[in-house]
Design a protein around this ligand. Structure first.
Ligand SMILES: NC(=O)C1=CN([C@@H]2O[C@H](COP(=O)(O)OP(=O)(O)OC[C@H]3O[C@@H](n4cnc5c(N)ncnc54)[C@H](OP(=O)(O)O)[C@@H]3O)[C@@H](O)[C@H]2O)C=CC1
Ligand SMILES: CC(=O)[C@@H](O)[C@H](O)COP(=O)(O)O
Ligand SMILES: [Mn+2]
Length: 379
């Protein structure tokens, strides 16, 4: 029986995790669920999966749901509550399906409590990769990737020696505007930007896919997960999202991981590793695939990806600023305050104003993150 807590249970990754769990109820127990503001869905989840602890973003929301929870449920709220769900239950594995660097303290608390991390929340690794990876190594805790590209690389590397790896390539669909020029991005709407061609995901990651900031976050995520320098991490546009990513070895052999785009495959693999279980997704039929396409990455078309490489290579506090400024710019775009192209202008302006902090600890990261958000909000 695997004991699971989920941070962000009401979102795209959270609900798909519960779908996996619901298909094999004898293999899993749900110990903790944390949501933001979707109280109705959290109530449904709590009554179905009977977690010991549930959390909502605020005290007011928590009071609202209290009468609708199974008797004896431990109800918590806010960032402290999130830490309680991450570290204070009997879970052996915590699925970090919350969005944004807000997930960092709870992820660190889970690691400190010895929980395995099934990591979807890439912003956590981007903002504090050096701290998260060291903490996990010191505590002997596994960090298993949920992000589709990183799950692919993880699967390709299985049983291989790191010395034999030449380079890795993360594939990118190109997002909702992949067939448009930069000139054609003027005036695009939020609804258009949210229309991802291959994946149904939360709003933030869908906008990141369209700006290619998502692939930038993923490059930095890969750097930390696989301990590779940035000049051995490539990105290639692959509009079909069938090849989820691949590894090239020193003998020029390439091992790729392929499949129908369905996040339940990497989510489940992170929960059952090293075992593989049946998933509800279709199998890939090569005879019915007419073609797979590839395009070289264009860093002029997608400056957010260029910024991410620059910040990753600069290290120190630069990735924290990249992430926090991007989170704020995306939120502002979704709220109708700035245009799509202004996401990258805001990001660029915040990065220009940033004074590097040498080796940021968690408190310096919190300060830098807050500064970047304030600055991005004021541009
Ligand atoms: N969706 C996907 O296919 C993929 C996502 N990822 C990554 O996974 C993470 C989650 O993405 P996704 O599922 O799409 O995002 P969603 O927006 O769909 O879900 C986000 C979740 O976080 C919760 N949340 C938001 N604020 C708070 C808060 N203050 N306290 C507690 N919970 C909160 C939301 O709760 P509520 O809705 O109740 O407010 C929701 O459950 C992101 O880092 C993303 O980049 C990676 C690969 C693929
Ligand atoms: C499904 C997943 O892993 C997302 O993070 C994905 O990467 C989005 O697709 P693109 O970034 O390739 O558009
Ligand atoms: Mn991804």
């Amino acid at each position: 029986m695997k004991k699971i807590s989920i941070l962000g249970s009401t979102g795209s990754i959270g609900t798909q995790t519960l779908d996996i769990i619901s298909r094999e109820p004898d293999r899993y127990s749900v110990e903790g669920l944390a949501a933001g503001s979707n109280a109705d869905l959290l109530i449904q989840q709590a009554n179905r999966f009977k977690p010991r602890t549930v959390c909502l973003a605020s005290k007011a929301l928590a009071e609202e749901v209290r009468p609708h929870l199974p008797a004896g449920t431990n109800l918590v709220y806010g960032d402290e509550g999130l830490i309680e769900v991450a570290a204070g239950t009997d879970a052996d594995t915590v699925v970090t399906a919350i969005v944004g660097s807000r997930g960092l303290p709870a992820t660190l608390a889970a690691i400190d409590a010895g929980k395995s991390i099934a990591l979807a929340n890439k912003e956590t690794l981007v903002t504090a990769g050096h701290i998260v990876m060291k903490r996990a190594a010191d505590r002997g805790v596994s960090i298993l990737p949920v992000d589709s590209e990183h799950s692919a690389i993880f699967q390709c590397l299985n049983g291989e020696r790191s010395i034999d790896v030449k380079q890795i390539t993360l594939t990118a669909s190109g997002g909702s505007f992949r067939d448009r020029t930069r000139e054609q991005l003027t005036g695009v709407t939020v609804a258009e930007a949210l229309n991802h061609p291959n994946w149904s995901m939360g709003a933030k990651v869908t906008i990141d896919s369209a700006t290619m900031a998502n692939k930038g976050l993923e490059v930095i995520e890969a750097h930390w997960l696989f301990d590779l320098p940035y000049d051995r991490i490539n990105v290639l546009i692959h509009p079909e999202s069938i090849i989820h990513s691949y590894v090239e070895f020193v003998d020029h052999s390439i091992i790729a991981q392929l499949g129908i785009p369905d996040m339940r495959v990497p989510i489940q693999y992170a929960l059952t590793y090293p075992e593989r279980r049946v998933t509800p997704t279709d199998s890939l039929n090569f005879a019915k695939l007419s073609a797979l396409h590839f395009r070289e990455m264009d860093f002029e078309r997608y400056p957010c990806l260029r910024f991410a490489y620059e910040c990753g290579i600069a290290g120190k506090s630069a990735p924290t600023v990249f992430n926090a400024a991007n989170e704020t710019a995306v939120a502002r775009f979704l709220a109708g305050e700035i245009t799509f192209l202004e996401i990258e202008s805001v990001l660029s302006a915040v990065l220009d104003r940033h004074d590097i902090v040498e080796v940021p600890d968690t408190s310096a990261i919190a300060d830098v993150d807050a500064w970047a958000r304030r600055t991005a909000a004021g541009i």
